[in-house]
Design a protein around this ligand. Structure first.
Ligand code: ADP
Ligand code: MG
Ligand code: MG
Length: 208
């Protein structure tokens, strides 16, 4: 990953959020407070504005770190600090002008660790972690097996999507949805769904 790919990833994520914000908000209306799409739309619109002003010589990590800071400051909901901390930690782990597959997998693992430290959620708690963890694990396996970013990110996107779908039968144990107890069952988690968009965007920009 280099500067241009980091920028392209965030732009593709912003475009996906713009396109799917209603669906994210509807999922959040069912088990939360109905603002997840609105929250991310506001946050990624601000990120897009930031990308237009970045120094083209900035390493990919600083692109992610600054986007993370923007999400923390612009998104009122839980998802802003969670995604923001993940991007900031991932960005901090990518100081060089270019990162290989293993660097990227390790950086996103650091991002997930920061997200989990802040939110206290584990896999199975029906949160964004349920999509993020399998995606990072897929990237790590693919990096270990010597796959290209294009192949690895396609596997990560599939794993995130499967992880998001697997939240449907779960009872939420973190975040607002946990207030519903068993009534959170049979709904897909909005944050896991937006995490699937994030990894789908990476796959999209990594394809030739
Ligand atoms: P809020 O719940 O503050 O309105 P959002 O609606 O933007 O924030 O985001 C809700 C999503 O955030 C949930 O669907 C879930 O995936 C994620 N989330 C909430 N709390 C946590 C947590 N403690 N750890 C991980 N993810 C969480
Ligand atoms: Mg909400
Ligand atoms: Mg809210």
């Amino acid at each position: 990953m280099d500067h241009d790919l980091a920028v392209a990833w965030l732009r593709a994520t912003a475009a996906a959020v713009e396109q799917r914000h209603q669906e994210l908000t509807e999922l959040d209306a069912a088990i939360g407070d109905g603002d997840h799409g609105t929250n991310l739309r506001r946050g990624f619109a601000a990120v897009t504005g930031l990308l237009d002003e970045l120094d083209p010589a900035a390493p990919p990590g600083s692109v992610l770190t600054r986007a993370g800071t923007t999400l923390i400051s612009k998104v009122g909901g839980a998802s802003g600090p969670l995604y923001g901390s993940a991007l900031r930690a991932a960005g901090t782990a990518l100081p060089a002008p270019t990162a290989d597959m293993m660097d990227l997998a390790q950086a996103l693992r650091a991002g997930l660790t920061a997200l989990q430290k802040l939110g206290g959620a584990a896999v199975g708690d029906k949160t964004m972690v349920d999509a993020f963890e399998p995606a990072v694990a897929a990237l790590e396996r693919a990096a270990f097996d010597g796959f290209t970013l294009r192949e690895a990110s396609a596997l990560a996107a599939e794993a995130a999507e499967a992880g998001a779908r697997a939240t449907i039968p779960l009872e939420a144990r973190k975040g607002r949805a946990s207030y519903l107890g068993r009534r959170s069952i049979d709904h897909q988690d909005p944050g896991a769904t937006s995490t699937a968009l994030l990894f789908a965007a990476l796959a999209e920009v990594s394809s030739p």
